[in-house]
Write a protein that binds this ligand. Sequence first.
Ligand SMILES: Cc1cc2nc3c(=O)[nH]c(=O)nc-3n(C[C@H](O)[C@H](O)[C@H](O)COP(=O)(O)OP(=O)(O)OC[C@H]3O[C@@H](n4cnc5c(N)ncnc54)[C@H](O)[C@@H]3O)c2cc1C
Ligand code: FES
Length: 264
Amino acid sequence: MSEGAPRPGQDHYVAQVRTNIGVADGHRLLTLICPEVAQTAVPGQFLQIRVSVSGQDPLLRRPICVAAAREDEVDIVVRVAGRGTDLLARETPGAFVDLLGPLGRGFTRPGRHEPVALVGGGVGVAPLHFLLTSLADPSRVRVLLGARTRALLPRQPGLSGLEGLRIATDDGSEGHHGTAADLLAGVLETDPPHRVYACGPQPMLAAVARLCIQRRIVCEVSLEERMACGIGVCMGCAVPMAGGGYTRACREGPVYDARAVKWE
Ligand SMILES: Cc1cc2nc3c(=O)[nH]c(=O)nc-3n(C[C@H](O)[C@H](O)[C@H](O)COP(=O)(O)OP(=O)(O)OC[C@H]3O[C@@H](n4cnc5c(N)ncnc54)[C@H](O)[C@@H]3O)c2cc1C
Ligand code: FES
């Protein structure tokens, strides 16, 4: 990645790493200089990032959500899950990163004063942070974040200190002892929002979807299916639909209306 810059084509860019900081154990926030993506990305979209130096190993690009976009730069949050994300998380300022994007379908923007809740699990907070920063009135937003333990909660600048922020950890090391879906269940009882947006592990998304469908609250989920090509040609990201058949998370998703998805 850092050696030589491939020639960009349409939606194919070479971005330079501006900064790389730790935001939780095994989580890095990278700021990439890429004005084209910064000016066109919408919350919920993702980038397909080449993580190999030679272009051969690992062969496949890795999908990573846009976590914020400003004039000429975008943020991504990388959780080290395996070899590819480990290589990406080690990129140093000045290095070049080869990426495709922005890709996929993003979140539907809520009405200007519509009360909404954002429910994030682990690194799933990244696209929700981007959505939050794009809202006209973030003061009306409830942000419910969960992680296995305190050390794994991504501390993204702009989230801490937010009035509507509530935390849950599976082990009770910070905030509510339980899950972000538990927090949502409480909010739906006392002061239900008009819309819920969620991103995180599959069991959390299924629980959030169930709660919202039962109460007829509009809910959009961002699915983190495994992907191969990321551009709609391989069917490696097939998502079963409630009405039958499959769609491609990389083209028709990764954001879906929770009612459209067939949950296990
Ligand atoms: C649309 C989309 C957006 C994503 N956004 C982000 C993001 O913003 N930040 C981030 O850190 N990660 C994100 N991911 C997940 C990330 O792409 C995977 O963790 C990464 O591809 C794993 O590659 P690897 O080489 O590090 O690990 P591998 O060696 O390929 O796998 C390591 C472990 O992670 C598991 N794994 C691999 N891919 C996934 C996946 N998609 N979901 C769950 N488990 C997986 C494998 O089963 C294995 O157990 C996103 C995924 C998708 C589809
Ligand atoms: S990852 Fe190839 S079609 Fe979606």
